[in-house]
Design a protein around this ligand. Structure first.
Ligand code: SF4
Length: 214
C-alpha cells in the first residue's frame, strides 16, 4: 500500500515538473531532441523502478543540503533566463562558488571513476554559473552505498559556454520543426552517443530512434 501511494505522489510531482516551457538546465548535457520533444508536449516514459532509484538519489541530495544549511546559501534557488529560455534550481552556493551535489551508484563509480566529473554535469553547472554570475563551481559526487564523497572543482570555460549557447539555439530550432522532419536527424548532428538513447525517457516518442540504427 505504501509503495503505491509513494509512487503516485512522486509521479504527480514529476508531471508538474515536466510542464515548464523552459529548457531545463539539467537537460543541457543530454540529447537535444529529447529536450525538444518534451518542449513540444511529449510526455516522457519513466518506469517505476527508475523513479524509486531517483528518489533515493534525491534523498541523499536533500540530506547534504540540510546538514550544510547553515553554510550553503541560495539552496534550491530558482533561476531563469528569459532570453536563453532556460530555467533550473541550484543546489546551493558557498560564497562565490556554486555547489552541485550528484549521487552516484557504486557500479557507475567503479565503471567510470576516471570520467568524473561527467561532461553533461560540467555543462549543467556552466548554465548555473552563467545565470548566477559565478566563475567557480564544485561538483560533489556522493556514492550511494559507501557514502564516499568526491569533489571536482570546475572553472567557467568561455569556449564551452559558446558551445552551450549554440546547443540551446539548436534545441529551439528542433522545437520549431514539424515532428515528421525530425525523423532524419543523426547521432552526429545531435552530438550524442548510443548510451543517451539506451537510457532515454523519450525513446517511445522519438521520431528518429528507428533510423539511428542502434
Ligand atoms: S531516443 Fe535517442 S535520439 Fe531520440 S530523443 Fe532519445 S536520446 Fe535523443
Amino acid at each position: 500500500m505504501i509503495k503505491e501511494i509513494f509512487l503516485q505522489k512522486i509521479k504527480e510531482r514529476k508531471e508538474k515538473e515536466e510542464h515548464t516551457p523552459y529548457i531545463r538546465a539539467s537537460e543541457i548535457g543530454g540529447c537535444p531532441l529529447a529536450s525538444a520533444l518534451r518542449l513540444k508536449g511529449f510526455k516522457p516514459f519513466i518506469d517505476e523502478d527508475k523513479l524509486l532509484v531517483f528518489e533515493i538519489g534525491n534523498a541523499v541530495h536533500l540530506n547534504f543540503q540540510s546538514v550544510m544549511s547553515d553554510i550553503l546559501e541560495d539552496v534550491e534557488k530558482e533561476i531563469k533566463d528569459e532570453q536563453l529560455g532556460v530555467s533550473g534550481h541550484i543546489d546551493g552556493r558557498i560564497g562565490d562558488t556554486l555547489i552541485e551535489f550528484k549521487s552516484i551508484s557504486p557500479f557507475a563509480l567503479k565503471k567510470s571513476r576516471n570520467e568524473l566529473p561527467y561532461q553533461h554535469h560540467i555543462d549543467q553547472v556552466h548554465l548555473y554559473m552563467y545565470m548566477m554570475g559565478l566563475r567557480k563551481a564544485i561538483i560533489v559526487y556522493i556514492e550511494k552505498s559507501s557514502g564516499a564523497i568526491l569533489e571536482y572543482p570546475v572553472e567557467f570555460d568561455e569556449e564551452r559556454w559558446e558551445g552551450l549557447k549554440q546547443k540551446i539555439e539548436y534545441i529551439k530550432s528542433l522545437v520549431e520543426e514539424p515532428i515528421e522532419e525530425l525523423r532524419e536527424v543523426s547521432l552526429e548532428e545531435l552530438k550524442i552517443e548510443e548510451w543517451h538513447c539506451k537510457y532515454c525517457f523519450q525513446k517511445a516518442n522519438c521520431p528518429a530512434y528507428e533510423n539511428l540504427k542502434i
